[in-house]
Design a binder for this molecule. Structure first.
Ligand code: PLP
Length: 394
C-alpha cells in the first residue's frame, strides 16, 4: 500500500483495538418488527421506523402510483428544471399537518440543516447551540461561518447566560436545538427556550427529526407538544424516521420558506427526492391525519418496554420518548452485549464514541408501533439472559 495511505490503516487499527470500529450489518428484508440481518431472522430494535411506515401498504401503493404517473427521478434540481406537482403537494400537506403557513422539502434532514442555517446566519452572526445537537446541525452551523456558542444540554439558564455574555458582539443570532435528542431520548425544554428567544428577540430553530410522527397530537411534533404553533421560527423535520421514507422539511413562516427557495444551497444545487418518495410521504400524512392509532400504539409499546427493562434492573437513562438507551459504560462491553443479543436473535446496536461521549456507551433500543406485545416480551427475555450472562443485571 502506498505510504500516503498508511495513516488511514493505523487509524482503523486503533478503532478496532478500542472496540470503536463499526461493522455494518446487512439487511435482507423490508423494515419491520423482524428483519433478516446478515442472513439471520432477527427481532428489530434498531431502526427509526417508529410507526411501521417503511413497509406500510398505503405508502407502497402511493409510491407505485407515483412511478406510473411521474416516473422514477426528478432529473434536475427544482429551481432550474421546474418542480414536480408531487413535491409541492407534499409541502402544502406538510405545512397543514404542522399547522404552519409554509414548508419546503429537502433531500434529507441532514440537507435541511445544511440549507437553513447558512441561509439565516453568516460571519457577523452567532449561533447558540445545545452542546448535544445532532451532527447535521453542527455541520450546518460550521458552514454558515457564524460564531458557534454552545450552551449546556437542555439548560435554559445556561442559554440565557451565554446570550447575555455575547450581547453586543453580533449582528444576528439563532438559537438551535434538537427536539428529541436521539442518543438519550430526552426532549428539549422548548417552551422555556422559546420564552428566552422571545425575550431577547432571537431567531429560534428546532430540529424535530425524532419528534416528527412521535410527539404531539397524532405525531405533529415538538411544537405541537408544547403548543407553540406560530412561535418557533424554524421547524426542521425528517421523513426518513417515523415517516419511513426519505427527505427533510423546514416548516415555518412563508418568508423563511421563500428565502430558502432562493438561498438554500442543497435546494439549489442538488436534485429533490424521487416522486415515489414524495408520494409515499403524502400517504404517511394521510394515515397520520386519519387516526392517532399508530402513534398511540408506539407510546404504549415504549412505556411497556421501558417499565419492564427497569424492572429487570437495567439503567434506561433519562429518556422520555420511545428511544430507550440501555446504559453500559464501556464501549467494549456495549459491543459484546450487542453481539450476544444478535446471537440470541435480537438486532440492537451498540453506540460508542464519537456518537456518544466516552464512557457512556450503550445499546439503543428503538421501539416501534410495528412491534407486537409478543415481540417485546421476546426481546425482554433475551435482554434478561444476556444481561445476566454479562453481569450487567443480577
Ligand atoms: C436523523 C437526524 C437528522 C438527519 O435526518 P436524515 O433525514 O436521516 O438526513 C437530522 N437531525 C437530527 C436531530 C436527527 O436525529
Amino acid at each position: 500500500m502506498a505510504n500516503r495511505l498508511n495513516w488511514i490503516q493505523e487509524e482503523l487499527d486503533t478503532l478496532q483495538q478500542a472496540g470503536l470500529y463499526n461493522r455494518i450489518r446487512t439487511i435482507g428484508s423490508p423494515q419491520g418488527a423482524w428483519l433478516v440481518v446478515d442472513g439471520k431472522k432477527s427481532l428489530n430494535f434498531c431502526s427509526n421506523n417508529y410507526l411501521g411506515f417503511a413497509n406500510h401498504p398505503r405508502l407502497l401503493k402511493a409510491a407505485q402510483e407515483a412511478i406510473n404517473r411521474y416516473g422514477i427521478g426528478p432529473a434536475a434540481v427544482r429551481s432550474i428544471a421546474g418542480t414536480m406537482e408531487v413535491h409541492l403537494e407534499l409541502e402544502r400537506r406538510m405545512a397543514a399537518f404542522k399547522k404552519v403557513d409554509a414548508a419546503i422539502t429537502f433531500q434529507s434532514g441532514f440537507c435541511a440543516n445544511l440549507a437553513v442555517i447558512p441561509a439565516l446566519v453568516g460571519k457577523e452572526d452567532v449561533i447558540f447551540s445545545d452542546e448535544l445537537n445532532h451532527a447535521s446541525i453542527i455541520d450546518g452551523a460550521r458552514l454558515s461561518g457564524a460564531k458557534i456558542i454552545r450552551f449546556a444540554h437542555a439548560d435554559p439558564a445556561s442559554l440565557e447566560q451565554v446570550i447575555k455574555e455575547a450581547a453586543g458582539t453580533y449582528r444576528r443570532a439563532l438559537i438551535v436545538t434538537d427536539g428529541v435528542f436521539s442518543m438519550d431520548g430526552d426532549v428539549a425544554p422548548l417552551d422555556k427556550i422559546y420564552a428566552i428567544a422571545e425575550n431577547y428577540d432571537i431567531l429560534l430553530m428546532v430540529d424535530d427529526a425524532h419528534g416528527e410522527g412521535v410527539l404531539g397530537t397524532g405525531g405533529r411534533g415538538i411544537v405541537d407538544h408544547f403548543h407553540l404553533h406560530g412561535k418557533v421560527d424554524i421547524e426542521v423535520g425528517t421523513m426518513s424516521k417515523a415517516f419511513g421514507v426519505m427527505g427533510g422539511v423546514v416548516a415555518g413562516k412563508p418568508v423563511i420558506v421563500d428565502w430558502l427557495r432562493q438561498r438554500g444551497r442543497p435546494f439549489l444545487f442538488s436534485s429533490a427526492v424521487t416522486p415515489p418518495d414524495a408520494a409515499a410521504c403524502i400517504a404517511a400524512l394521510d394515515v397520520l391525519e386519519e387516526s392517532t392509532e399508530l402513534v398511540d400504539r408506539l407510546w404504549d409499546n415504549a412505556r411497556y418496554f421501558k417499565a419492564e427493562m427497569k424492572n429487570l434492573g437495567f439503567d434506561t437513562g433519562v429518556s422520555t420518548t420511545p428511544i430507550t438507551p440501555i446504559m453500559l459504560g464501556e464501549a467494549l462491553l456495549a459491543q459484546q452485549f450487542s453481539r450476544s443479543l444478535f446471537e440470541n436473535g435480537v438486532f440492537a446496536m451498540a453506540l460508542g464514541f464519537p456518537t456518544v461521549p466516552k464512557g457512556k456507551a450503550r445499546i439503543r433500543v428503538m421501539i416501534s408501533a410495528a412491534h407486537s406485545r409478543d415481540d417485546l416480551d421476546k426481546g425482554l427475555e433475551i435482554f434478561r439472559k444476556v444481561g445476566r450472562e454479562l453481569g450487567v443485571i443480577q
